[in-house]
Design a protein around this ligand. Structure first.
Ligand code: HAM
Length: 515
């Protein structure tokens, strides 16, 4: 008999259960409503995409791409892996067919490996059938297995670690540059990153995000555009703040920064200075920061290491080296935020962990989250669509960590009550069962949450269960009630009881439950 095994959710993933899921639904519903009022429509991109899409967009030297992505090689559906070593011949034939049809990557490397595999197999087959598997025969077997493992059966794909790259890919794929501009999209759903799990940090987590994309028209640019971009940035930030306000999120703090653009007289020049300054203090930095001096010096500013804080405080600041346009845009973003009543603090160390950002970056923190307190991050990413093969396009957006948002709401006691029921139908007797199920159908059709016990229970037991389920009213249906059409309704909070008709009960529910 198979050994008994208990399965558990994989580390860093979790089940979301009722009644918590009620809060999740309320949060998502509120997002849809608030974003809708700002003119955003929903996009639902796939959960997996080509690995290269993320590598190009987010950047190969970022933590996300270099160590956190869940990537794997896809495989064609109609090629069963070899069952035994001696099944390799069939497998090779299948590989060759698929290669010819382009259903597995038909590039030089793959062709070469399959060719080698095929030749080694032919040699092996020429060996006498009763030859013991040792010496040259054994070496040949291992060579075959080696080549077999190296065949790439499909493209490399990745469970999305974020959705901005997907939205840009979709923008290009669906020719959204021809839609009325700007295109405003929002999304909700799971993202995947192989991070060390802790409170507020998971390997499958949920984001609520939004993006505004606008393809640059010929002749655009200049001072007018700077104030337009700044207004778009400010409105996007205003939208997140409005969403948080409507949920009653507490301790919301907005931090902003500008990281300029990739030019020698702007960020590129700054990064050179920063690198030089970091080289001078290299010995005092930890191994992560030391490595980043080469790979991604801006990320050193993100370090949370206590021992590095004083050193970082003395490093050159990007705000001192922004080009004129970036500086103007940043000033205008601040003015636009002020006129919208959004309170912010400036944080020159806010560089964000993804490569596609330029100019405006922002993060929002909330109460009750401990060290993982960033509940939203975002910024401008002009040029990303073009980098992915589209037309020159501006972009700005954000993503909210929904898990953290929920945690913060729950810590503040805004989790909402347990699911409960509006009505528990306590029935006794055969005739009462028919009346009870008919009444239940009508109450549910009117939108109330009704529990109908599947078997008869004594009224005392039924009322106890109604209490446990957090029901508001018990509808007591016995022979009497069925005969007279006068229902007995018990209010569980205070134990009071009254007789009334179905119409009167419905009226009562409408007035008291839907208040
Ligand atoms: P991000 O800063 O990588 O930005 O993620 C945004 C938010 O997702 C974070 O502030 C955090 O709340 C949440 N988050 C990230 N990783 C985890 C995790 N492992 N567990 C729980 N929550 C997490 C982006 O993803 C960008 N795509 C945002 C954006 C959109 N920028 C422009 N448009």
């Amino acid at each position: 008999m198979a050994e008994k095994k208990r399965f558990q959710a994989i580390k860093g993933t979790r089940d979301l259960l009722p009644p918590d899921t009620e809060l999740w639904n309320r949060v998502e519903q509120t997002a849809r409503e608030v974003f809708g009022t700002f003119g955003f429509g929903e996009i639902r991109p796939p959960i997996f995409e080509p690995t290269e899409l993320f590598a190009r967009s987010i950047g190969v030297d970022t933590d996300v791409v270099s160590k956190e992505m869940y990537s794997f090689f896809d495989r064609p559906i109609d090629l069963a892996p070899p069952h035994t070593f001696y099944d390799t011949g069939r497998y090779i034939k299948g590989l060759k067919d698929l290669l010819a049809r382009g259903e597995i990557p038909n590039d030089e490397k793959n062709r070469e490996i399959i060719q080698q595999l095929s030749e080694r197999w032919e040699e092996f087959e020429k060996l006498p059938p009763d030859q013991p598997l040792e010496g040259e025969a054994k070496a040949s077997l291992f060579r075959i297995l080696g080549f077999r493992d190296r065949v790439r059966l499909g493209p490399e794909i990745t469970l999305r670690p974020e959705a901005t790259a997907s939205v840009c890919r979709a923008y290009i794929e669906h020719g959204m540059h021809a839609w009325p501009q700007p295109v405003k999209l929002y999304y909700l759903g799971p993202m995947f990153r192989r991070e060390r799990p802790q409170k507020g940090r998971y390997r499958q987590f949920y984001q609520i995000g939004a993006e505004v994309l606008e393809t640059v028209q010929p002749g655009q640019g200049g001072a007018k555009d700077i104030s337009k971009d700044a207004a778009v940035d400010a409105e996007v930030i205003e939208m997140v703040m409005a969403f948080f306000a409507s949920l009653g999120l507490e301790g919301v703090q907005l931090e902003i920064n500008s990281i300029g653009h990739a030019a020698d007289n702007c960020r590129r020049g700054y990064v050179k200075n920063l690198q030089a300054a970091l080289e001078k203090v290299k010995d005092k930095l930890g191994p992560d920061s030391q490595r980043r001096i080469e790979t991604n010096p801006l990320r050193v500013l993100d370090s949370k290491l206590e021992s590095e804080q004083a050193i970082i405080a003395g490093l050159p600041k990007i705000s001192e080296q922004l080009c004129d346009d970036c500086e103007k845009e940043y000033a205008e973003v601040k003015r636009q935020l002020e006129l919208r009543g959004a309170k912010y603090t400036e944080n020159w160390r806010l560089v964000r962990g993804l490569d596609y950002y330029m100019r405006t970056t922002f993060e929002i923190t909330a109460k009750g989250l401990g060290s993982q307190n960033a509940v939203c991050g975002g910024g401008r990413y002009d040029g990303l669509v073009e980098l992915l093969g589209g037309l020159p396009t501006k972009g700005i957006g954000f993503a909210i960590g929904e898990d953290r948002l929920i945690l913060s709401l729950q810590e503040a006691g805004k989790g909402g009550a347990a699911a409960g029921r509006d009505v528990f139908v306590a029935w006794m007797g055969e005739r009462a069962q028919a009346a009870a199920s008919a009444a239940t159908q009508r109450l549910r059709a009117a939108g109330f949450r009704v529990e109908l016990p599947p078997v008869e229970q004594k009224f005392g037991k039924a009322l106890g269960q109604a209490d446990k389920l957090g029901a508001r009213y018990a509808l007591i249906l016995g022979e009497d009630e069925v005969a007279t059409g006068q229902w007995t309704v018990k209010t569980l909070a205070n134990g009071s009881q009254a007789k009334m008709s179905e119409a009167e009960f419905l009226e009562k529910l409408k007035n008291e439950v839907r208040k």
